[in-house]
Ligand binder design. Structure first.
Ligand code: ATP
Ligand code: TZP
Ligand code: MG
Ligand code: MG
Length: 270
């Protein structure tokens, strides 16, 4: 697995996939810069007049409902349909699903209409999508799950997608094969947009990992978590404001030895 993470990370740099993000107003700049850090090319495009065309020339489409409104949701449908017609993988980040009915319903409707490759969300978001109520505090999950793999597996089977349920331990599953990833840093929970950027980073890895897309998702999450671990160590004498630039530096130049030594990823068949 270490070699796969390194190989896919290099492939992202070489191919520099164009990732089309229809995302929220909080994380737009953070996401674009994080994608540049790993060597991908970001584009943010929202207008219904252009999203179909933009999705068709991209290698990945990310739909993120963090600050949704009717106009943006209409654009998500248009972009999603175009991505499906052009075999462009779609990642859905159901930000705040469960916090309001509008968010839950919109995420479910998108999943019904669009062929989504991966849903990437926190414990509360994924649980609420499958109607298992977990309290949300706005966009944050109020609890870790003891049965994350059961919830993720159920969501994967119900929606026919891969699911990445992230938190202290990340679970990546297609409903049959599951990866458990324990890399990461609690500091990621203190910077807004780290979940959203992760969704876009998985899209970049999916763009270059067609031979085993589930493994590509797990690799993206492991890479991201290890980058955060190293950044947290380097920034340990500083406050949270310093963690962000250290983290972006590691996303860009993470040492392969760190990947080999720190990777904590286990694969299981259900
Ligand atoms: P939330 O809004 O609940 O924070 P999110 O959408 O930001 O959710 P997270 O689940 O926080 O997404 O995942 C973002 C990244 O942070 C992932 O790489 C995950 O592994 C990491 N992460 C989250 N919580 C922890 C933790 N307690 N320890 C280590 N890493 C964590
Ligand atoms: N409010 C609406 S979207 C958003 C906030 C704070 C960003 C959420 O980012 P993440 O990556 O889910 O923490
Ligand atoms: Mg978070
Ligand atoms: Mg989130």
């Amino acid at each position: 697995m270490e070699e796969k993470v390194i190989k896919l990370r290099q492939a992202v740099e070489e191919a520099s996939p164009l990732i089309h993000n229809i995302t929220n107003v909080v994380v737009t700049n953070f996401t674009a810069n994080g994608l540049y850090a790993i060597g991908a090319s970001p584009v943010m495009a929202n207008a219904r007049e252009e999203v179909g065309e933009m999705a068709s020339i991209s290698q990945g489409l990310v739909l993120n409902i963090g600050t949704l409104n009717e106009t943006q949701v209409e654009s998500m449908y248009l972009a999603g349909k175009s991505a499906n017609e052009n075999n462009v993988p779609v990642v859905l980040d159901p930000v705040g699903a469960g916090a309001t009915t509008y968010r839950t319903e919109t995420a479910r409707n998108l999943l019904n209409e669009i062929n989504v490759t991966l849903i990437r969300g926190n414990a509360g978001e994924i649980s609420n999508l499958i109607n298992e109520k977990v309290d949300m505090k706005g966009v944050d999950s109020k609890q870790e799950l003891t049965d994350a793999v059961v919830v993720a597996g159920k969501a994967a089977r119900e929606f026919g997608t891969f699911v990445a349920l992230t938190g202290k331990t990340d679970v990546v599953t297609d409903g049959e094969r599951t990866y458990y990833i324990k890399n990461g840093s609690p500091r990621l929970t203190k910077v807004t947009g780290t979940g959203c950027l992760l969704s876009s980073v998985t899209s970049a890895f999916l763009a270059v990992g067609e031979d085993d897309p589930l493994e590509a998702v797990a690799s993206a999450i492991a890479y991201y978590g290890i980058a955060a671990e190293v950044a947290a160590e380097k920034a340990r004498d500083f406050g949270i404001g310093h963690f962000q630039p250290f983290f972006f530096n590691e996303l860009e130049t993470l040492d392969h030895e760190e990947i080999k030594q720190r990777l904590s990823c286990r694969e299981e068949e259900i």
